[in-house]
Write a protein that binds this ligand. Sequence first.
Ligand SMILES: *Cc1c(COP(=O)(O)O)cnc(C)c1O
Ligand code: SF4
Length: 333
Amino acid sequence: MITAQAHPAQPRWQQLWREAVRDPRELLRLLGLPALAASLSDAAAAQFPLRVPHGFVARMRRGDPHDPLLRQVLPVVDEERIVPGFSLDAVGDAAARGAAGVLHKYAGRALLIATGSCAINCRYCFRRHFPYAEETAAAGRWTEALGWLRGHPGAEEAILSGGDPLSLATPKLAEFTDVLAGIEHVHTLRIHTRLPVVLPERVDAELLAWVRSLRQRVVVVIHANHANEFDGSVDAALHALRVAGVTLLNQSVLLRGVNDEADALVELSRRMFAAGVLPYYLHQLDRVAGAAHFAVDDARARELAAALRERLPGYLVPRLVREVAGEPSKTPL
Ligand SMILES: *Cc1c(COP(=O)(O)O)cnc(C)c1O
Ligand code: SF4
């Protein structure tokens, strides 16, 4: 009789993550869009592979070649275009390195590149070029990053970013916060993550117990770009985080063909508010090589921001910003 499993039981979210769709043609088949295969780029897929959890695929509209969720993940020939101004280090990360995995650009907060991995691969992501192998904070058992935080009393907020920090297993996150708890001056822990949206199963009992155990105030910034990214499973995950005491904010990227219409942005703000999330930033795209076809020009971006101010209560209007290398904060447009 076989009593032991071949693999120790893994959290369900890790299983779902492993089962993510990785073949662009398989994705098009699932969506009933075989004709779109002509727009695929094998070179782009080789450089930064497709990866998308089935639960996120289920929120795409079948048969719609312009689906805003599909557009964010499908590797297409447009990415092969070389466009001046779209570079490998778009936001000056190489110059802001404080310690292994620590980026210190702004007063009072330090950003930790917790991990290079993520549950999904968005085509506009700066991650497609960043040298993560040497640069993640978790890889060195967090030691350097924690040492840096301890030595900088002005760092009141530790920001876990990535990649997606919630793609780390919960015990790995706890290794960090167990030591962080002893660094008195860090009173806020912020987590930038797209996982509650793209793989809401990540918000499981183990994660919620970890959140409740934290000494710091906890802010989770989800990265949703379109109202269609929300469904009942996302609402449930966000509700559970709120009940655990988390402040929920959203940061979006302004993306051509995804959310560059006032209606789409209005609907996004309303939908996130229904899920208990307030808008934070609407980012102009980081100018990374391969993402130029997502760019929206500044005049159009300002026009959209003005439309949002007219149509929404102030608390549902995100701040339109861009990241400019060397500036002391994100720069309002
Ligand atoms: C964007 C960013 C932050 C966070 O900035 P906020 O304006 O506080 O959201 C912090 N550190 C780095 C390095 C960043 O790029
Ligand atoms: S979720 Fe964020 S970090 Fe992950 S691929 Fe998308 S943009 Fe990049």
